[in-house]
Design a protein around this ligand. Sequence first.
Ligand SMILES: Nc1ncnc2c1ncn2[C@@H]1O[C@H](COP(=O)(O)OP(=O)(O)OP(=O)(O)O)[C@@H](O)[C@H]1O
Length: 611
Amino acid sequence: MIRSTRRWSAFAGTMWRASPWRCAAVLLTLAIDVVGQPAFAVLLAGFTDAALRGDPAGAGVHAVLAASAWAAVSQSRGVRNQLRNDVRDRVGHLVTEDVMRLTATEPRVDHLEDPRTLDQVDRVSAKGYTIADTVWAALEVAAISLTVALTLVVMSTVSPALLLVLPVILITLWLNKVGQDGVRRAVETADEPLRVGANLLRLTHDPRVAGELRVTGAGGAVLDEHERQWATASRVLDRAEARAGVLLAAGWLVYVLAIGAGLVWAATQIDSGRVGAGDLVMILAIARQQQLSVQMAVNGFSRMSEGVVTAAAYDEVRATVAPTARQAAGEHDGIGGRLHRGIALRDLSFTYPGTSRPVLANLDLELPAGTMVALVGAHGSGKTSVIKLLTGMHAPTSGRIEVDGRPLDTMAPEAWRARVAAGFQDFVRLQALARESVGVGDLTAVDDLPRVEGAVRDAGAEDVVAALPEGLRTQLGTTFGGVDLSGGQWQKVALARGHMRQDPLLVVLDEPTAALDPLSESEVYTRQLSYARAMARRSGTVTVVVSHRFSTVRMADLIIVLDRGAVVEQGDHDHLMAAGGTYARLYTLQRDSYVGPASDATGRAVMNDEH
Ligand SMILES: Nc1ncnc2c1ncn2[C@@H]1O[C@H](COP(=O)(O)OP(=O)(O)OP(=O)(O)O)[C@@H](O)[C@H]1O
């Protein structure tokens, strides 16, 4: 309760900051509403009584005042709608920006691998404005409650019995609330099928999958599944809306019966003189106002429920994503200029967020400073997961990583990341000027042309740049009318981006040549290896390579063989070939698939000739 109060006052604070004068103006219009409505009813009664008394001056004054009161009420409602929408848009923008900042700047990526968090991020980004709606609705409901209270006081001057309308109003609102709670639960339930449906729909116009969808003929099935998910969501929502509608109608029936009974009673009292004609007119006017007020409260409650769901999602995103960001912000760097001992994995296990199966179990590894290490293993054995942990994208579930004996989790992830250079198989096609697409590998040097040219050279991407019509000034990608590149060319640009980092302590190359032809691949690896050796001499840099290309792997100082998340062998090529285990089997298999069975027991000459 306290947490929820704090949350909503924080939202109210955000709205105030978004536009103080608009918020103040909305509060003023609400105050006009609260006072204006009962005043109108009283003035109308005064007009009726004066007219019946034959007092034209009194009737005229009351008529003018009543008209002014009503004009002020209706005018203020129009102005309020406009101001409310302005603030709502601003708050929506602020909330979306906050969530995007949290998710984009969070040093680790655990949240991006967790479908639940992604769902919540989607919801908050798309519906952030509903939080403002909820605050407005809450204020409106508070104002309406005051209005109703004032009108009841006015009615009670005719007869205290008319106060019985209050419980009736509460019953009407309660029935509406029950219906709206059901709608809110339905919105939560429908979220998943709607998200799945939206993702499927996106697939149909995603150029990256368009070819495969056509070749496999799966386009129709994707649309059918989208329809199915959409129908599931609609069914849930329609049912809840229908139930809410029935409950609301029942509430109105109770109200109409009660107010009707009050009017009939008042009419029967006119002859006896206990109730005047003005009183009857006033009760009628108040009944009409209360009807509008209850309707507005009902609308307010329904707007509130969506904002409550969004606010809960917002809280969840902040709770899930923010802790490591705060931790990172609170720490300082303290990473030395060069590696002396190296990097170690100590009894490290890892399970992806939102899953229960460990993908790495109890790894104990030493990656000595100045070495090149190759990770080998079948698909899914955990190579990329090790890379993600080494680069600080995820934190180990248990155990730790040490850099020269210092636990990685005591360093700010950004500071560590600044000393890591990387080339990935899932590279980004950054559609910008070629020099920017490379330069962002080190934002501090994005405008440093000699650095960019050096990175292009180190990565062996000069041929790609040479083929561009305006060299490094060429716009890449078709989105902004630039030149499109082949998969291999994009990958070389990504590799060059990785080379922007100067003085890395860790270089990771996770299948960085997967999109290249064998000749380019061989050339890139040759350059990468000499780069790795140069870095090793300069900074004791550790280079970790993930590759299925054994002629590269064999050159590593240390080869680590993974199988289902565990280390099954490690050593250099000669050691592992002599051991005759998994590595020797995989190596021989690949060698034979290229050139047929070899007589050389280690296969060294054969593989070297091959590439
Ligand atoms: N984001 C994720 N969420 C849940 N499980 C994942 C995720 N990414 C990978 N996995 C699982 O972790 C295991 C190891 O995957 P990983 O990508 O590390 O293997 P790999 O050896 O690099 O495979 P490949 O050679 O195919 O790239 C696999 O069983 C995979 O299904």
